[in-house]
Design a protein around this ligand. Sequence first.
Ligand code: ADP
Length: 215
Amino acid sequence: MNVLIFLGPAGSGKGTQAQFLKDKLNYEHLSTGDLLRAEIKSNSDLGQQVQSVIHSGNLVSDDIILNIIKKNINGLKSSNKSGVIFDGFPRTIEQANSLGSLMNEMDLNLSKVLYFDLSLEESINRISGRLIDSRNNNVYHKISNPAPTEAEPYLISRKDDTPDKVTHRYNVYKNETAPLLDYYQSELFRIDCLQSIDAISNQITDLVDSFELSH
Ligand code: ADP
């Protein structure tokens, strides 16, 4: 089974691409951000534990993240999926090391790490217009990617999407997550996030076709 990792700052389009590609490519989409927000919404013990960390824009501990990944990856081998997209995971070197062990145990093969490259200025710009459909976590933008009319009553803004929190998250990303660009140097594929949504998804589909054909 193939593994794709989506790496990049907030607003770079990881979730938007994943929601589209998971159906097109028959991949499982695992977003640690979505999984954590679901825990908060259900008011579980874990949700209560992570709520303030997430709203402040800091990272949740590696232990918690690893547990949540393990919980959600179990059924994967017996599913009919061709691969999995990790969106927002790993975010630290320690998480990347743990993912390496997990992939060995589960016989998963790291195909590519897609680096969604975006400046801080553009990140703030995009996040301030971001809207989420609370029913299914689909991501939209007020101007560049408007939601369908029927979804309008369900649209919400995230509490950590204010300009100051986005700046903070960008700094956390630079310090904790950007070192993974070196870590995954040999699997890295850079995406210019100023391209259109369609252009980027075509680029990713071509890339996935090329490595699936070569196997
Ligand atoms: P973004 O829009 O910044 O890419 P996500 O939706 O992926 O955000 O994640 C939102 C928040 O959830 C992060 O700011 C962080 O607090 C927490 N989080 C998500 N994934 C991880 C992870 N792999 N490690 C630590 N914290 C995480």
